[in-house]
Structures are given as C-alpha cells and as structure tokens.
Design a protein. Structure first.
Length: 296
C-alpha cells in the first residue's frame, strides 16, 4: 500500500517542488539583475492558465503523441531515481536504465516539433540534439568511473556506499574530477546559461516551444518542472551522498540549484558550436582523467 501511495503522489510532489524552484529561479535571477521579478507562485498560475485553455490546433497524431512521450519519459525516469523513503523501482533498474530512459523525452520533443515544420522549432531541436551529444558523453563517463570504483551500477547501492563513508564518502569529495565534470554537464542538462542554446528566445523565438500553445505548452512546462528535480536528484544521489530524509534532500536540492542558476545569472549564452566544444574541452577530459586515476 505504501508503494502504491508513492507511485500516485510522487509525481505531484515533484511537480510542486519543481514549479516552486522555477518560480524561485525567476525571482533569484531578477534580484541579481536588480529587478523585483514576478512572484514565486507565478509559474503555478501560468501552468493552470495554459491547461485550462481549449487547444484546437494540432499538427497531426505524431504532434499529439510526442508530447505524451515527452512527459511520460520524464515520469518513467522519476520512478527509477531514489528519493528518501522510496526506492522500489531502483531495485529493478540501475543507472544504465536511467540514462537510457532519459533519451525518451528528447526523442519525443524532436518528433513533435518536427511535425510542426516550423523552422524556428527545427533549429531549436537540432541545437538540443547537438547539446545532448555535448553533455551526455561526459556525464555518462563520470557515472562509469564512479561505478567502477564502487563495483556497482545501482544508484541505490551507490547512495548507501557514500552514506557509509560519511561526508568523505561523497562522490564529489572522493572523486572530485568526476564530480566537477558531472556538475558542468548538469548545467547543460538543465539548459541553463551558458548552455541555453535550445530555447534562445532572442534568436529563434523560443525554439521548440514556437508552435506549442495551450495545453501543449502547459504539458511542456510540467515536464520541465519535474525534469529539473529529477536531474538534480540524480547528481545528488551520485555525488552528494543522496539524502537520509526529506529535509536533507530539499536542502541539497536548493543549494545545488542555487549554485547552477547563479552561473546562469552572470554568464551570457554560448553559441551552439562553442557550447559543445566547451563540453568536450573541459568536462570530457576531466571525466577521462578521473577514470584513468581509478584504473591506474
């Protein structure tokens, strides 16, 4: 019964946390830029307003189905990522499964936006897929190195190993090269500056969201809110010792997110080729050197 409750309420819980974090990021960046910014709850209002609209425009069945792939892939990933009190599915799917499922939302977005035949959307998707090649390779390598030294690919077991070693057992402390490489890659996974090449509102009119209105845009915002929490949780579980309770989890979540949006607030956006080149020049060599240290 407890597992069923977690399955039902975990998406709602992570949606609330993720939406609050999006509102918090707007306010935080605004204050750094000496603006007042919108209220934190504004993102809730935006999503509810979009989901209440009647959406009559569709570009075909693939356009409709792809938006479900986008949200469904994120929700499926969420269940395999352990959070305090719930790791049922983590027993049956390790980090390799998680990295595989993480590709489903990107594929769903590409299929749906491609169906609209809007050039701005197509440019955004091509940039997103290029960035995927940029950050995914170093992030996967950091996990491989961490799994090699701990002799397991299970995220739940990696959390237990870190917690058994205390603060010194955290992946970021014991394997700093891997932790730093994964942190830079995480900035790209979240699409935060300087890797905000997919949306780029001043260049390609918000990219993939150009033809997405009403409920389509609302679902994309819901998916984005949940995916932020999921991706941050993956890093927390791999390199910050996981979390023993929800207070510990939320504290790490917001500290990590604040660090990332602080970079977002003070850096400009890279060009697409520069963003990918940066990923292959900095985090990729760091991950390779970290693995070589582990091997030798």
């Amino acid at each position: 019964m407890n597992t069923v409750l977690w399955i039902v309420f975990l998406p709602i819980l992570l949606f609330v946390i993720g939406t609050f974090m999006l509102g918090y990021s707007r306010k935080y960046v605004a204050r750094i830029e000496r603006r007042y910014g919108p209220p934190i709850q504004q993102v809730f209002y935006d999503i509810f307003k979009l989901m209440s609209k009647k959406t009559n425009i569709s570009h075909g069945w693939m356009h409709d189905f792809a938006i479900l792939m986008l949200l469904g892939g994120t929700l499926l990933t969420m269940y395999f990522v352990p959070v305090p009190g719930f790791h049922f599915f983590a027993q049956y799917g390790d980090m390799l499964v998680i990295m595989y499922i993480l590709l489903i939302p990107a594929l769903g977005m590409a299929l749906g936006v491609g169906e609209t035949a809007n050039p701005n959307g197509s440019i955004g998707i091509s940039r997103a897929l290029m960035m995927l090649a940029g950050y995914d390779i170093p992030f996967v390598l950091t996990f491989i190195g961490f799994a090699m030294i701990n002799h397991t690919t299970s995220m739940y077991e990696l959390i237990q190993v870190q917690q058994a070693g205390g603060f010194a057992g955290w992946g970021l402390i014991s394997q700093p090269l891997l932790g730093i490489a994964a942190l830079i890659a995480l900035q790209g996974m979240l699409g935060e500056k300087p890797f905000e090449v997919m949306v780029a509102p001043h260049e390609i009119a918000t990219g993939p969201m150009t033809e997405m209105g009403g409920k389509f845009l609302g679902i994309m915002m819901i998916q984005h809110a949940i995916s932020i929490v999921v991706e941050l949780t993956i890093y927390i579980n791999l390199f910050l010792g996981g979390a023993v309770n929800w207070f510990d989890y939320l504290l790490k979540l917001f500290i990590l997110f604040t660090a990332l949006i602080s970079v977002n607030a003070v850096f400009g956006r890279f060009r697409t080729d520069d963003a990918v080149r940066f990923m292959w020049k900095i985090p990729l060599p760091l991950a390779i050197i970290g693995i070589l240290f582990i091997i030798f």
